[in-house]
Structures are given as structure tokens and as C-alpha cells.
Design a protein around this ligand. Structure first.
Ligand code: PEP
Length: 243
């Protein structure tokens, strides 16, 4: 089971030092053998996070990368730079990036290619809006978002999918368990058929995962882990989700 923590634009050095110490001491020794933790802090804290997690099983991820390789792109951080400071993963296509930065498949394709070339593994986030969900459009939307993975130049990219219904992010709402199960099955079958995968892709569920609902969500056979936003900012809550 994969437990990915998306801290978004939260925290500071003091928070980072304290929560990573708690994850190392209170979660890692008790984590099931087949489980792993990926922590995704803001990019300015990646080096420090890597330093603290050196010699532990905690993997470090970034929350985004530039669609450009390098050059005059003020404020951007390249995939190579993320890898250079010790990131093993990068989250791409988070709904907040799609919504606030108009990220679409063309842009994400460029980012994914650069992530691949930099040796980063990708957590590709996909999900539908409330209206799309209500109008039974979820699978169409997800198929469209997943279609970039089928691009031939992304062969050999190491990736996992995070299914994050937009209406569930930060709202306290979650789909019914049967819905999560059905959608995860759909994602796995879609990618198995459309790509040259030898085994089914791992799919995380994300959106209002908390200590109260985590066990039920984790019990679904199609759920390979969870991507946790708000609750990952509390070591205690994150621990309860991971245990
Ligand atoms: C997220 O934004 O990736 C997320 C899962 O957020 P939350 O857990 O706060 O809903």
C-alpha cells in the first residue's frame, strides 16, 4: 500500500523537521512490509526533506515540474532540478494545477516526458468535477485524461495514477466505496488495454481521506494506496491512515 502525502503550499522548516521526525519515529517502524510512504513537500523544502529522510524508506516527491527543460522561465523548477535535489517522484495533473494554471493534456504530456527523462516517477492525478459526476461523465473524463499515457514517447515512464474526484478534494465528501472500486477497476483495465503494461497499474484514491474513512477505502482490492492532502499535515492523523 502506498501512502502519499501532498502538503500543497503548507508548512515551514519547523513543521518539516517536526513532522518528518514523527513519521520516521512513529510510522515507519510500524508500517506493513509491502507499504511505503511518499512525502511531497513544497519544492523549496525538497532538499531538506531528502536530508532528513536519508537512510530511511521514506521517498520524496515534488508537487509539479516545469514543461520546459531549462532557460529563461522565471520562477519555474525543472524536472532535472527536482531529481538533482533528491526527488524520486513528481505529482502531475493535480486538479488545483488543472484549475488554477489551465493545465491540459498537451502541457502535461511535455511535463511527463521531461519527468521521464529526468528519471522521476510520476503520480498522475485525474478526476471529474461534481457536475461531470452527476451527469455520469466520469469515465469519459478519466479516459480523456488518461489518454496521454498512451503516447508512444511515454513508453517506459514509471507512473502510478491517483484518482481524485475534484468534488471530494478538501470537502469531506467521498464517493461510495462501490464507486471507488468501479472507477479504479476502470482505470486499471483502460491502461492495461491501451498501453503495453505487463501488469495492472497501481491506483491511489485521493480526496478527503481521513482516519475515519481510510480503513474502508484501503480494504478495497482495487485500491493500491491513498493520496492524502489535509490530513497529511497532522502526523497523528497520517499515522492513523497508514496503520
Ligand atoms: C489532494 O488535494 O491531493 C487531496 C487529496 O486533498 P484532501 O485529502 O485534503 O482532500
Amino acid at each position: 500500500m502506498i501512502f502519499a502525502a501532498n502538503w500543497k503550499m503548507n508548512g515551514n522548516i519547523k513543521f518539516l523537521n517536526s513532522i518528518l521526525a514523527q513519521i520516521k519515529q512513529d510510522i515507519i517502524p510500524y508500517l506493513a512490509d509491502n507499504s511505503k510512504i511518499i512525502v511531497c513537500p513544497p519544492s523549496v523544502y525538497l532538499s531538506q526533506a531528502k536530508l532528513i529522510c536519508h537512510n530511511t524508506s521514506i521517498e520524496i516527491g515534488a508537487q509539479d515540474c516545469s514543461s520546459q527543460e531549462n532557460g529563461a522561465f522565471t520562477g519555474e523548477v525543472s524536472a532535472n532540478m527536482l531529481s538533482d535535489v533528491g526527488s524520486e517522484w513528481v505529482i502531475l495533473g493535480h486538479s488545483e494545477r488543472r484549475q488554477y494554471h489551465s493545465e491540459n493534456n498537451d502541457l502535461l504530456h511535455k511535463k511527463m516526458l521531461l519527468a521521464k527523462l529526468a528519471g522521476l516517477k510520476v503520480i498522475l492525478c485525474i478526476g471529474e468535477t461534481h457536475d461531470q459526476h452527476a451527469n455520469n461523465k466520469t469515465k469519459d473524463i478519466l479516459a480523456e485524461q488518461l489518454s496521454i499515457i498512451c503516447e508512444s514517447d511515454l513508453n517506459n515512464l514509471e507512473y502510478i495514477i491517483a484518482y481524485e474526484p475534484i468534488w471530494a478534494i478538501g470537502t469531506g465528501l467521498t464517493p461510495k466505496l462501490e464507486e471507488i472500486d468501479e472507477i479504479h477497476q476502470f482505470i486499471k483495465s483502460f491502461l492495461f488495454e491501451k498501453t503495453r503494461l505487463k501488469s495492472k497499474v497501481q491506483v491511489l484514491y485521493g480526496g478527503s481521506v481521513n482516519p475515519e474513512n481510510a480503513n474502508q477505502i484501503k480494504s478495497l482490492i482495487t485500491v493500491d494506496g491513498v493520496l492524502v492532502g489535509g490530513a497529511s499535515l497532522s502526523a497523528e492523523k497520517f499515522k492513523q491512515i497508514c496503520m
